[in-house]
Design a binder for this molecule. Structure first.
Ligand code: OAD
Length: 249
């Protein structure tokens, strides 16, 4: 077993071979897979959490204190993300889904790029930036257009909020359960572009390791998960995933 040292051709070949033979695969993605589409990550030198404090913007308390401030931040992210496109990493995962008999993609991302790339067997663990939820009547709807006025309101006059998971909130139960079930059943788990720091999502590959799955990590940096992985490939998702999956443009 190789581990966290710079990845080698041998590691890449082993990961490719494991994926080729696997019948049950779970992919877990984080902000890093969208980095090459131009979506900023949360941590690291250019990360969103360098300039903003999560507790000012991404907590229920922040929203009750100042819904306008929170909405201005989410609208600026929605505006920025409105024009971004999936990259070769997203497309490679959509191709992988087509050839693996049992495949699930669990993403922590709220940018909607996996769906845009054609992934169908997809669960969004942290919600989606393109949906809103009414804090009054609870209705959820897709909303891609910018709002005429902030903070936006529902037809029932309740305050709308982004349908994303904030710090201190529970993750939606069904997607999380699906991710854990897929992790426990998987032959191979592919962990891409996540710092593996935020729980409970970070516990998903841990559950897979406990059940003996082969875990492949793709990340330019080392993470707390790296040492336990079957192979940890140091590289960018948009470059490494097409090598692992093949068949790309
Ligand atoms: P982070 O910003 O914590 O981590 C991004 C990871 O992507 C880092 O480990 C980078 O090394 C890696 N990375 C950067 N560029 C990459 C590339 N081109 N290819 C592959 N990997 C690359 O983002 P997440 O792990 O997704 O939660 O963060 C988890 C959660 O914390 C987010 O969903 C969000 C955040 O606070 C909520 O908002 C609830």
């Amino acid at each position: 077993m190789s581990s966290a040292s710079p990845s080698t051709t041998h590691d890449t070949e082993e990961a490719r071979d494991r994926l080729r033979r696997a019948r049950r695969v779970l992919a877990l993605t984080g902000a890093g897979i969208s980095a090459e589409s131009g979506v900023p990550t949360f941590r690291g030198p250019q990360g969103l959490w360098r300039d903003f404090r999560p507790e000012d913007l991404a907590t229920p308390q922040a929203f009750s204190r100042d819904p306008l401030l929170v909405w201005e931040w989410y609208e600026s992210r929605r505006e920025r993300m409105g024009s971004v496109q999936p990259n070769a990493g997203h497309h490679a995962l959509a191709r992988l889904e087509e050839r693996v008999p049992e495949f699930l993609l669990a993403t922590q991302n709220v940018d909607g790029l996996h769906a845009l790339a054609g992934s169908r067997s997809l669960v969004e663990l942290h919600g989606c930036l393109w949906r809103v939820r009414c804090t009054g009547c609870g209705a959820v709807r897709e909303e891609r257009e910018p709002f005429a006025a902030l903070p936006p309101r529902c037809r029932c006059s309740g305050l709308l909020r982004p349908d994303v998971v904030w710090f201190g909130e529970e993750l939606p139960r069904a997607p999380l359960e699906q991710a854990f079930a897929a992790a426990r059943a998987a032959d191979v788990v592919l962990v891409v572009g996540t710092s593996a720091l935020v729980y409970p999502a970070a516990a998903v590959p841990e559950a897979a390791l406990e059940e003996g799955a082969f875990v492949v990590e793709v990340n330019p940096e080392r993470t707390p998960l790296s040492a336990a992985c079957g192979v940890s490939l140091r590289g960018r998702a948009a470059e490494v995933l097409p090598l692992l999956v093949g068949g790309g443009a």
